[in-house]
Design a protein around this ligand. Sequence first.
Ligand code: ADP
Ligand code: MG
Length: 256
Amino acid sequence: LLSAAPLLETRDLAKSFRGLRALRNHAISVREREIVGIIGPNGSGKSTLFNLVTGFLKPTAGAVYLRGQAVTNLPPAQVNRLGIARTFQGTRLFAQLSVLENVLAAAQLRHPSSLPGVLLGLPAARAARQAAENTARELLALTGLEHQANLRAASLPYGDGRRLEIARAMATRPALLMLDEPAAGLNAGETQALAQLIGSLRDRYSVAVIVIEHDMDLVMNLCERVQVLAQGQVIGEGTPAEVQASVRVREAYLGS
Ligand code: ADP
Ligand code: MG
């Protein structure tokens, strides 16, 4: 029997910006339902890696595979349809839409219904619309935003906006959720709630998660495996305990 391909794999992935090698020789393999942390100093290539995997940047070299299928060079919308959803380092929402509409817009990517179909009241279109709304409402409940459903996204407190972004990403029903510094700007209580949310999303939807994070407590509590980048290269990988104990990682990143 052939062993099943990993959910996500990168091989020899590289990106240069003019002369700057932002990422090189990158390799990672992520299993279904796994929660993996990516850590490293500012400028070490973490967001570049996310941009390469999700189609926002084209690699200089190397390849990205989702369940064994090459997704390298596909546009972001197609990568999303194939099962990878992400958030960005800064908040990116439809500020003028309501909280519910933000999540619905994403859910409709997964349950498309043609406007003529909806206007004609066709059963298939109505069913798709209902499925999108059910997904959206469930995700608002999970992210603790159900009571803010009708508020404009722009009026949400910062922490709620960050959870709304996660709800939006999950509304496309990905197999892999990629979070770029989701705890940035959150207080200790919000960070703890975020860790619980990520864990329950994995349990409820069997989604794998890759999280870029500076908060070491969050990484250590949440992640089953951690990869460390420095200057565009992988300098360590292992369990949180292994990574924390690594001399090389400590010198390059943890500062002791
Ligand atoms: P991190 O997310 O780990 O802080 P990034 O992946 O954002 O790091 O950046 C890695 C390096 O690549 C940095 O030196 C950054 O300035 C550079 N870089 C990132 N994106 C671009 C871009 N679009 N154009 C030019 N340089 C970039
Ligand atoms: Mg970054």
